[in-house]
Design a protein around this ligand. Structure first.
Ligand code: ADP
Ligand code: ZN
Length: 716
């Protein structure tokens, strides 16, 4: 029998497993119920596809994304995997054909959608019962939970699986699940002591930038000009703004189409398809766009308007870079958006929900205003640790300079004071700059502060006022009229008792390019070749080969079949089917340009990125506590982080005393060690409760357990 690694190499053409793929596959092969949380693009599919090929019987994959099924199945078939799908897009005849293939055991992997295909549970079971099923894979498993953002009632049917097929393992997979949803998935699917795998949610290849929303359009156009070859999504809040932006961009010669729920279904589907097939480079969309988009080469995601919460932002930016290649997520931020969005947080008759939404929105704003690493902020938000520096967000890439902004602040604050704290940002700026606008009343032009800020542009003032708001020197009222008011902190500044330190961005570095240089022209030839083949096969281009594969070809320039086999994405079948045409293209290019093979440079591989610092796998709860302990956290801190009691944490750590990985002195003071040792000599170590009684309040169970284990180690 083949090993999982052999299948990965030969059938899928990849060199090594990512994240915890190997452990997950091992768990499934051992017929354990398994739950997998992995970010988008992490490689969840292989976690059930490889076991499916190793099991005798049929693997059933349940997925809600009907639109994707055909592509997934086509992709598998191109790798020589016998796969098929059943959903309501098939005619009755086609369905019957698939059924007969299944009965004749000609299929290893069957995708089904839990929708209209089965009118009721009984029919579903009748279909499944006679089959020799080895594994159920539940994709997008969060759809089973009311708590998730994408609840689908049909998914509740899946509860019957465990009841009727107690011996068939289930693997549940999702890229989005908070604590609550996660628990729900396990419960509703009735998983039996599941093994749970959680990968770090850090998307290393996505670079995060937050830019000021002033002048966003020229910024956008400039970016798009520099990235003419790339595909991307531009999110906007309203339907009308997606349409007008798509028109504006088209007029400038960009290939852009709008997408929102208000468009005719036909138009929507067309735009989506054009985008997926690389015929349109840019989609300008509301958040209705994206679910079920499996396009792997989305190179940039813009948010022109502020997202409502960090979850959405993470998910929407997450559509970039599924192929692992560097991609950009750029958000245009303004305080005005924050004020505007706050109104949407009001849910009638539901103050509790409104409050949660408002808090989430405020977190989102804080993310934009933070002067610390954005990636760290986001990872911490999702409960993961991250170092202070990522090197690939605008904060980490910028050099800041501090300067004394007291005088600027005094001008702004006194303007607000003189105007009786009755105006908003725009008016205050006009006033400061001595505008001749009629809005400014005659008596106001006589005030001392009128015109004292004429040396600065509107944009500069806007930035300053924003900084003062963030720093708490000014307050912007919420609601319909965002009036500026003074705060407690303003008075000290006005009286000259407090210095205001501001920072400005002096330089912005480019993120370091980890990628090797590649032949740009060849890459473009290869894309054309791929698109041509995709056209012939009537599948999206990325199903033939992902951009990663083409990029590797254009980087390493393989010269023969054995070298070609080292390129990720070339499994045996694809080597046979497409090897020659791609090789010819590369060899031809290299001959003309006199370039040698660089396949030797592939090891250590470009794709092998360092594991992110805490790609911690939380299957082992003890290990998680241990890692936190090693990162310098105290027992109390770990307990708080993990939402467990201190005695549980002490017990976890005690385990590592016995293995010798934690020294006893790290956990217990010498004095206490002496006392506990004495008690153990008297009473033995079998009854910690008795020892605890003897030793009194001051000494915890965890400490006792630690010393017991320490003595075991010492006497072993
Ligand atoms: P997910 O479902 O988690 O979003 P996919 O299963 O679609 O991710 O995988 C994302 C991409 O990564 C696919 O193009 C897939 O072929 C590729 N991939 C998965 N596992 C590996 C691996 N071990 N090595 C290289 N590429 C991989
Ligand atoms: Zn950073």
């Amino acid at each position: 029998m083949k090993t999982p690694l052999e299948i990965l190499n030969k059938q899928f053409g990849f060199n090594e497993f990512r994240f915890h793929q190997d452990q997950i596959i091992e768990s499934v092969l051992a017929k354990k119920d398994t739950a997998v949380l992995m970010p988008t693009g992490g490689g969840k599919s292989l976690c059930y596809q490889i076991p499916a090929l190793l099991f005798d019987g049929l693997t059933i994959v349940i997925s809600p994304l009907i639109a994707l099924m055909k592509d997934q199945v086509d992709g598998l078939r191109l790798n020589g995997v016998a796969a098929s799908f059943l959903n309501s897009t098939l005619s009755v005849n086609e369905q019957a054909e698939v059924m007969s293939d299944i009965r004749n055991q000609q299929i290893k992997i069957l995708y089904i959608a839990p929708e209209k295909i089965f009118i009721n549970e009984q029919q579903f079971l009748n279909f499944l019962k006679p089959l020799n099923i080895s594994l159920f894979a539940i994709d997008e498993a969060h759809c089973i939970s009311h708590w998730g953002h994408d609840f689908r009632p049909e998914y509740l049917q899946l509860a019957v699986l465990k009841k009727h097929f107690p011996d068939v393992p289930i693997i549940a997979l999702t890229a989005t699940a908070d604590e609550l949803t996660r628990k729900d998935i396990l419960e509703k699917l009735k998983l039996q002591s599941p093994k749970i795998f959680i990968s770090s949610f850090n998307r290393e290849n996505i670079h995060y930038y937050v830019e000021s929303k002033q002048n966003w359009f020229p910024y956008l156009v400039d970016y798009l000009k520099k990235h003419k070859e790339d595909s991307g999504i531009i999110y906007r809040l309203t339907r009308a703004s997606t349409e007008s932006l798509a028109v504006d961009l088209s007029e400038l010669g960009f290939s852009a189409k709008p997408y929102h729920a208000g468009l005719e279904k036909q138009t929507r589907d067309l735009h989506q398809e054009l985008f997926i097939k690389d015929k349109v480079k840019i989609i300008v969309a509301t958040i209705a766009f994206g679910l079920g988009i499996d396009k792997s080469n989305v190179r940039f995601v813009f948010h022109v308007d502020l997202p409502k919460n960090i979850e959405s932002y993470y998910q929407e930016t997450g559509r970039a870079g599924r192929d692992g290649i560097k991609s950009d997520a750029i958000l245009f931020y303004s305080r005005g958006d924050l004020v505007k969005l706050k109104k949407f947080c009001e849910i009638e008759n539901n103050p509790a929900q409104s409050k949660i939404m408002l808090e989430k929105l405020n977190k989102m704003a804080r993310f934009c205003e933070t002067q610390t690493c954005r990636r760290k902020f986001m990872m911490n938000y999702f409960g993961e640790e991250y170092p202070n520096y990522c090197g690939s967000c605008d904060v980490c890439l910028s050099k800041y300079e501090k300067f004394d902004g007291t005088i600027v602040a005094q001008k702004a604050l006194s303007a607000v004071a003189r105007l009786d704290q009755r105006y908003g940002v725009n008016f205050v700026i006009d006033f400061l700059r001595g505008s001749k606008s009629e809005k400014i009343l005659p008596w106001q032009t006589k005030l001392k502060t009128y015109g004292v800020g004429s040396d600065k542009s509107k944009d500069e003032w806007r930035q300053y006022l924003n900084d003062f708001i963030v720093m708490g020197y000014l307050l912007q009222e919420e609601g319909q009229y965002p009036i500026l008011k003074l705060t407690e902190k303003s008075r000290a500044v006005l009286k000259g008792e407090e210095t205001v330190i501001l920072v400005k961005t002096v330089t912005r570095k480019e993120a370091e390019h980890k990628e090797q240089p590649y032949e740009i022209e060849l890459f473009s030839h290869l894309k054309n070749l791929r698109n041509h083949l995709a056209e012939e096969a009537r599948v999206p281009a990325y199903i033939i080969f992902s951009d990663t594969t083409l990029l590797e070809l254009a980087t390493y320039l393989p010269q023969d079949f054995s070298e070609l086999a080292k390129i990720s994405g070339f499994g045996e079948i694809k080597l046979q089917r497409y090897g020659k045409v791609f090789l010819d293209e590369v060899v031809d290019y290299c001959r003309k340009s006199d370039l040698p093979s660089r396949v030797m440079n592939k090891f250590p591989k470009r794709l092998r990125k360092p594991r992110s610092p805490r790609a911690s796998e939380r299957t082992d709860t003890k290990l998680e506590s241990f890692e936190l302990f090693r990162s310098g956290k105290s027992v109390t801190e770990i307990a708080a982080i993990r939402n467990l009691t201190t005695s549980t944490i002490e017990n976890h750590l005690a385990h590592y005393i016995e293995t010798g990985e934690i020294g006893i002195n790290e956990l217990v003071t010498p004095e206490k060690i002496g006392q506990i040792e004495k008690a153990i000599q008297l009473h033995g170590d079998l009854l910690p409760g008795l020892l605890k009684n003897e030793l009194g309040e001051n000494i915890s169970y965890g400490e006792i357990r630690a010393v017991i284990n320490y003595l075991k180690l010492k006497n072993a």
